[in-house]
Structure formats: structure tokens, C-alpha cells
Design a protein around this ligand. Structure first.
Ligand code: NAP
Length: 250
């Protein structure tokens, strides 16, 4: 299966990213599973894929660090020798705070990981996939959030703003590379049941928010992965610059 397309998923070790890795592998992609620090989680995703007959490897790298991003893409080049898709999924929230309580360190970290990291990863992917650079084309899917629309007051307005930047980046980059074989789209998940809520100090957030969701339940990582795989695949060949809500109507 060495001719199979290659996908890099940032933050592929847990949550939405892990679901994307598993589903992509089941649909014939070879997968680079990026993680920041949880090697065991990344190895578990790789083991699952390999045990199902797929190909995957784990690659460490903090998307908040430019040198790590360069090294991560070099590792993918070395391991698979090509790149056909990128899912810019790695992202963080922080403790609930009002804007007038936030430190500069918090805001800069949020923007560095959620925005700068995604932009730098997309740039590396375009350098490999764009026909302008001798590539064969490909697809980039950015993971935004419904927070970009809602603004997340009294929780994390900085996070919401970082995701709004991802929406605009998606539209701009899609138009910039539209004639170069590269499609760029985004997904806005709503409340999805993953570890991210605990990392923001609200472990029960997904369950607690259910009554505010029109479908009255949080989504699953697998439901987001289904939408990501559609945007990665040739089934969406005329879709670029699109931002799809996967939010149960929220
Ligand atoms: P999660 O369960 O907290 O998992 C986060 C993943 O990102 C982990 O694999 C983690 O790696 C990785 N990661 C964190 N910081 C990183 C960094 N600096 N560099 C590289 N990897 C990093 O998160 P999730 O809920 O699946 O969220 C994934 C994406 O969906 C994020 O962009 C998030 O903003 C977005 N989203 C989530 C929801 C939701 O309700 N869950 C809603 C809207 C949007 P380690 O395992 O090594 O820590």
C-alpha cells in the first residue's frame, strides 16, 4: 500500500484528532499521528491502525514551536516520502477567565498554538502539495470551533478569537491556492465529548451544556471525523473555502 495517500493530523493522539487518524486509516490513508507530550496515547492510536492492517507512525512536536513544526514535516517526508492531506487539529483552551483577568502569557500561548501553529503547518503542507511547488495537490482541513461565532464570554474569549482567525485564514488560503490543486476547508465543532473540557478545568462541560444544544446532546469525536474525511476526500472535489458546522444545531 505504498502508493496510498499520506495524511498528517496534528494533535492526533487524543480526542477529535485520534478519531480522524483511525477513520482515515480505515479509508486507506497512511497516517502521521502528531502529539505534544502524550506518547502512550499516540502509540495506542498507531497500534490500533496497524492492528487493522493500516500504516501509521507517531511524531512528537509542539505546534507552538516553529522548529518542532519544521522537524515534524521532515519526519513525515522521511517516513512516507509524500504528503496529500493535513488536518490542523491541535488546539488548546484555558481556564475560564474574563478578558480583563487574562495574562499576556496566556493570550500569547493561545494565539501561538491555535493560530501561528496552524498557519505554519499549512505553509509546510502547501510547499509539499501545491502544483506551484511541484506537488500533486492535496487537501487541508482546519479545525475551528463554534466559539468563533458565539465568542465564549466569561469562558475563553481569547480561544474564540483564535478560532475566528482560523475561519478567515481558511477562506484566504483556499482562494490563494485554489488553482494549485490544494483545497482548504474548516470544520466548526460544537460541544464534543473529549478531554479538552477537563484541560480547561470543566470536566463535565460536555454533559452540562447538553440542554443548550438543539439536539440536546454533545457530539462525538467520530461525528467530527466523518465530516473531516469528507473534506479530505475527492467527494468534496468542488468544495474549498467552506466552513462546516458540526454542532448539533448550536
Ligand atoms: P483534546 O481531547 O484536548 O486533544 C488535544 C490533542 O491536541 C491531543 O492529541 C494533544 O496531544 C494535542 N495537542 C495539544 N497541544 C498541542 C501542541 N501544542 N502541539 C501539538 N499537539 C498538541 O482536544 P479535542 O477536543 O480533540 O480538540 C481538538 C481540536 O478541536 C482543537 O483544535 C479544539 O479547539 C477543537 N474543538 C474542540 C471542541 C470540543 O468540544 N472538544 C469544540 C470545538 C473545537 P497530547 O495527547 O500529546 O497532549
Amino acid at each position: 500500500m505504498s502508493g496510498a495517500p499520506v495524511l498528517l493530523v496534528t494533535g492526533g493522539s487524543r480526542g477529535i484528532g485520534a478519531a480522524v487518524c483511525r477513520l482515515a486509516a480505515s479509508q486507506g490513508w497512511r497516517v502521521a499521528v502528531n502529539y505534544a507530550s502524550n506518547r502512550d496515547a499516540a502509540d495506542a492510536v498507531v497500534s490500533d491502525i496497524v492492528s487493522q492492517g493500516g500504516e501509521a507512525f507517531a511524531v512528537k512536536g509542539d505546534v507552538g514551536n516553529a522548529a518542532d513544526i519544521t522537524a515534524m514535516f521532515a519526519a513525515v517526508d522521511k517516513h512516507f516520502g509524500r504528503l496529500d492531506g493535513l488536518v490542523n487539529n491541535a488546539g488548546i483552551v484555558d481556564q475560564p477567565q474574563r478578558v480583563d483577568e487574562m495574562s499576556v502569557e496566556r493570550i500569547e500561548r493561545m494565539m501561538r498554538i491555535n493560530i501561528t501553529g496552524s498557519v505554519l503547518c499549512a505553509a509546510e503542507a502547501v510547499r509539499r502539495m501545491s502544483t506551484r511547488h511541484g506537488g500533486k495537490g492535496g487537501s487541508i482541513v482546519n479545525i475551528s470551533s463554534m466559539a468563533a461565532i458565539i465568542g465564549s464570554p466569561s469562558q475563553y474569549v481569547d480561544y474564540a478569537a483564535s478560532k475566528a482567525a482560523i475561519d478567515t485564514f481558511t477562506i484566504g488560503l483556499a482562494r490563494e491556492v485554489a488553482t494549485e490543486g490544494v483545497r482548504v476547508n474548516a470544520i466548526r465543532p460544537g460541544i464534543i465529548d473529549t478531554d479538552i473540557h477537563a484541560s480547561g478545568g470543566l470536566p463535565d462541560r460536555a454533559k452540562d451544556m447538553a440542554p443548550s444544544i438543539p439536539m440536546q446532546r454533545p457530539g462525538t469525536a467520530g461525528e467530527v471525523a466523518d465530516a473531516v474525511l469528507y473534506l479530505l476526500s475527492s467527494n468534496s472535489s468542488y468544495v474549498t473555502g467552506a466552513i462546516m458546522n458540526v454542532s448539533g444545531g448550536r
